[in-house]
Design a protein around this ligand. Structure first.
Ligand code: SAH
Length: 357
C-alpha cells in the first residue's frame, strides 16, 4: 500500500512505537543498526503474530540488535479494557489511552460472524445530529498502534470458540478524517508481515468525505460504507452537516465513479428517524438515488440519545420502508440493535460515562 512508501522518506524517530511501523520502516531501522533486512519480518512477526510486548523476548535476534532496539524504540503495550457484557452477547470495551483519553470498541457476535466495531478518533468533528460521539467534539486522532490495540484487547475477551471474522470502522470518529493513520492501520492489518487479515473482512464507514473516499478505494482494497441518512440536501445538511461541503449530488456522483471491485457494493447506512426521514416518499427518493449505483442499503434503528427530541422509527415503519426499497430492486437489510442494555449500540459510544460525569 502507498502508506509504506510515502512514509519511507521520513526517518523513523527515536522512541517510535514499533506497532505503528510498516515493514519498509522497520527494515530501514534495522539497516541503520547495521543488520540485515530480513530481521524486519522477524521483528514484526514477533509483534503482530506472537504478541511480543518487548524486544527482550525476541530470542532469535542478535543481542546487540535487541539492545539497540530497546534503547531507541518502544512497543505499544496492550491496553487493559473495562468490559461490559450485554445479555445478547455483545461486549463493549472501554480502553484508556496513555494520555488518559478513552475510546470504545464493541464485539458483536451473531450466528455466523463475530464483528469488531473499531474507533478511529477520540471524539469526532463531524457533528451529526443523532450521534453521541459528536457531542464530545474532536479530542484527537488515534495512532495506528492505538487503533490496532483494539484488536488485541478484543481478542483477549473472546471465548475459546470465537474468532473475529469482520472488522468495521464504525465506532467513535470519522476514519477518513484520520486518513494517513487509517491507511497505515489497514496496511498493518492486511499485510502478510502484519496481521494477515483479508481486506474483504474490513469495512470503513464514512460520513462522506468525498476526496478521501476516492483515495481510499484507489489505495486499499477494503469495503466502503457511506452514512447517507437523508434523500434531500435540506435534511442532510441538518443531520450530517458535512453535507454542506459535499452535497448529495457530489457524494453520489463520486460513488458512481468509485473503483468498486467486481462483486462488491457500497453499503449506504440509513438511520431511521420517526417523522424525519422514514416516509414512503423518502424511500422512493432513496431508490432513485441508489439504483444507478453499485450499492445496497442498511437500515439502522436509531438508538436514542439523552436530551434529544429524535425518536426511532417503529419496526412497522422500518419494514414498510424496506419493502419500498425492495420493490425498487434495491438490496436492503435491517440492522438490529445490539448491546442496547450496555449502551454499546450504534452511535451510543461514549455517551454513558459522560452523561454520568
Ligand atoms: N463517522 C463514520 C463512522 C462512525 S458512525 C460514519 O459516519 O459513518 C457509524 C454509524 O453509526 C453511522 O452510520 C452512523 O450514522 C451510525 N449512528 C450514529 N449515531 C447513531 C445512533 N444514535 N443510532 C443509530 N446509529 C447511529
Amino acid at each position: 500500500m502507498d502508506a509504506n512508501r510515502q512514509t519511507l522518506a521520513e526517518p523513523t524517530p527515536a522512541g517510535a512505537d514499533f506497532r505503528d511501523l510498516t515493514l519498509d520502516e522497520v527494515e530501514q531501522v534495522v539497516a541503520n543498526a547495521g543488520d540485515r533486512a530480513y530481521r524486519g519480518r522477524q521483528i514484526l512477526h514477533w509483534i503482530h503474530a506472537r504478541g511480543a510486548e518487548s524486544f527482550d523476548v525476541m530470542r532469535d535476534l542478535p543481542a546487540s540488535l535487541r539492545a539497540y532496539l530497546k534503547q531507541n524504540f518502544t512497543i505499544g503495550h496492550p491496553m487493559s479494557a473495562i468490559v461490559s457484557r450485554s445479555s445478547d452477547g455483545t461486549r463493549r470495551l472501554l480502553l484508556r489511552l496513555d494520555d488518559g483519553e478513552e475510546i470504545e470498541s464493541v464485539i458483536i457476535p451473531t450466528e455466523k460472524r463475530v464483528t469488531l466495531c473499531m474507533s478511529s478518533q477520540v471524539g469526532c468533528a463531524m457533528a451529526c445530529e443523532f450521534c453521541a460521539t459528536a457531542r464530545m467534539g474532536l479530542h484527537r486522532n488515534m495512532t495506528s498502534s492505538e487503533m490496532l490495540s483494539q484488536i488485541s484487547a478484543a481478542r483477549r475477551e473472546l471465548t475459546a470458540d470465537e474468532e473475529i471474522t469482520n472488522y468495521v470502522f464504525m465506532g467513535m470518529g470519522e476514519p477518513l478524517a484520520n486518513y494517513p493513520r487509517l491507511v497505515r492501520t489497514l496496511a498493518i492489518m492486511t499485510s502478510e508481515w502484519g496481521m494477515g487479515i483479508s481486506p474483504r473482512r474490513i469495512t470503513v464507514s464514512t460520513v462522506g468525505l468525498v476526496p478521501m473516499m476516492e483515495r481510499l478505494l484507489s489505495e486499499t482494497p477494503v469495503n466502503l460504507a457511506v452514512s447517507l441518512h437523508a434523500t434531500t440536501n435540506e435534511l442532510r445538511d441538518r443531520l450530517a452537516p458535512i453535507n454542506k461541503r459535499y452535497p448529495l449530488e457530489v457524494l453520489l456522483d463520486a460513488c458512481r465513479r468509485l473503483p468498486i471491485k467486481r462483486r462488491s457494493r457500497i453499503t449506504f447506512e440509513y438511520v431511521m428517524l420517526a417523522g424525519v426521514n422514514d416516509s414512503p416518499a423518502d424511500a422512493r427518493r432513496l431508490v432513485k438515488l441508489i439504483a444507478p449505483l453499485r450499492g445496497k442499503v442498511n437500515l439502522i434503528f436509531f438508538n436514542p440519545l439523552p436530551d434529544s427530541p429524535l425518536r426511532s422509527s417503529s419496526r412497522a415503519a422500518v419494514e414498510a420502508f424496506q419493502a419500498i426499497l425492495k420493490n425498487g430492486s434495491l438490496t436492503a437489510t435491517i440492522r438490529e440493535s445490539r448491546g442496547l442494555d450496555i449502551a454499546a449500540a450504534c452511535g451510543q459510544l461514549y455517551a454513558e460515562q459522560h452523561s454520568a460525569a
